[in-house]
Design a protein around this ligand. Structure first.
Ligand SMILES: NC(=O)c1ccc[n+]([C@@H]2O[C@H](COP(=O)([O-])OP(=O)(O)OC[C@H]3O[C@@H](n4cnc5c(N)ncnc54)[C@H](O)[C@@H]3O)[C@@H](O)[C@H]2O)c1
Length: 331
């Protein structure tokens, strides 16, 4: 796909991989990121260096607009840059930037609401003001809360999120629906299920556990070890993001799950990480924490049929790739 994409969160974990995939396809990318303090900016600068190397290799244009997405002026600068980069007239947006942690959102729900909810409202309004062709927006499996029915299908009742983070993501889905209904912009909402792989955020369990197990330190384990997550390799998530960008015009407004359909129990996950790292994990058992859901499991019927989404990377292969990257990058 040619054209240009405004990509929020371009310096982040999923955003930097998405940027590289777009550039590789010949799409110009205008990134938006403010290097927010949720985790160190140096890690995000390193992600961007990889994106810039891909731009150089592919000859596709990459520009970063450094700024807060909740400020309309940031979008004005980005839209102007996209018009300069554009090759076929169509400018889309992929909006991935957010405050992404579940548990920290319990301590600071106002910041989470501002960045995620106000930020998404500003993004949608910018799409209208600048005549963007379509939007793809990151939601989360956390919107399902402790839903008793699994696997989770997109049409299930998601009116009981159990963390402020999850509530902001559900609010974004509703705000985006209203925007679509009023203004007609095609909008895809993508429910990502625990994404892992190279550049994974340092607060996420696999990254944290790999570093601690490698250092011979105990890993904090909350609850009874029977919780499970539908871990999804970042390359598979990115393939779903690009498919949604290509196909959302046929649907208008649509929610799609991007998971793996292979839930892994916490005890299995820890054992697999121990094998990948080559050391026996030592556990520091703690009581369950508020905000953590018991399980996630994506029903992929809709995304397979409508997006051609087909996650390919197994949990063990993904762990091996993440561990190789951590050793090579020293992260
Ligand atoms: N990683 C996962 O497992 C996962 C699961 C479900 C949903 N998601 C969602 O996917 C998206 C990407 O997550 P990620 O793991 O890559 O996170 P990330 O924190 O690595 O990336 C987010 C990026 O957004 C930027 N950002 C934050 N606030 C901003 C603001 N106000 N203005 C401009 N930039 C801002 C950050 O600096 C960061 O580079 C998020 O919307 C997240 O909620 C992620």
């Amino acid at each position: 796909m040619k054209g240009a994409v405004l990509l929020t969160g371009a310096a982040g974990f999923i955003g930097s991989h998405t940027a590289e995939a777009l550039l590789t396809r010949g799409t110009a990318v205008v990134g938006i990121d403010n290097f927010d303090p949720f985790y160190p900016a140096a890690l995000k600068r390193a992600n961007l260096a990889a994106v810039e190397a891909t731009a150089k290799r592919t000859g596709s244009r990459f520009v970063l607009i450094e700024g807060d997405l909740a400020e309309p002026g940031t979008w004005d600068r980005a839209a102007a840059a996209a018009r300069q980069s554009n090759t076929d007239g169509s400018v889309s947006a992929i909006h991935l930037a957010a405050r992404a942690g579940v548990r920290p959102s319990i301590d600071d729900p106002v910041t989470w609401a501002h960045v995620n909810v106000v930020g998404t409202a500003v993004a949608l309004e910018a799409a209208r003001r600048h005549g963007l062709a379509r939007m793809v927006i990151a939601s989360s499996s956390s919107v399902y809360g402790n839903c008793p029915t699994a696997p989770f299908h997109e049409e299930l009742d998601v009116s009981r999120p159990i963390s402020p983070y999850a509530a902001t993501k559900r609010a974004c889905e509703l705000i985006a629906y209203t925007h679509h209904a009023l203004h007609g912009t095609p909008v895809a909402m993508l429910r990502f299920f625990t994404v892992f792989g190279p550049r994974q955020r340092p607060d996420l369990a696999i990254n944290l556990f790999m570093r601690k197990i490698a250092a011979g330190q105990p890993i904090p384990v909350f609850g009874d070890m029977a919780t499970s997550r539908d871990y999804t390799f970042v390359g598979d998530t990115v393939s779903g993001i690009l498919a949604a960008l290509e196909r959302i015009d046929r649907h208008g407004y649509r929610i799609w799950n991007l998971g793996h359909d292979h839930p892994v129990r916490l005890d299995e996950m820890i054992a697999a990480i121990g094998r990948a790292v080559g050391r026996e994990p030592v556990l520091d058992r703690q009581p369950p924490r508020q905000g953590d859901v018991e399980r996630t499991w994506a029903d992929l019927t809709r995304s397979r049929a409508e997006l051609g989404y087909d996650p390919k990377v197994s949990f063990d292969d993904g762990l091996a790739a993440q561990w190789a990257w951590m050793q090579q990058s020293g992260r």
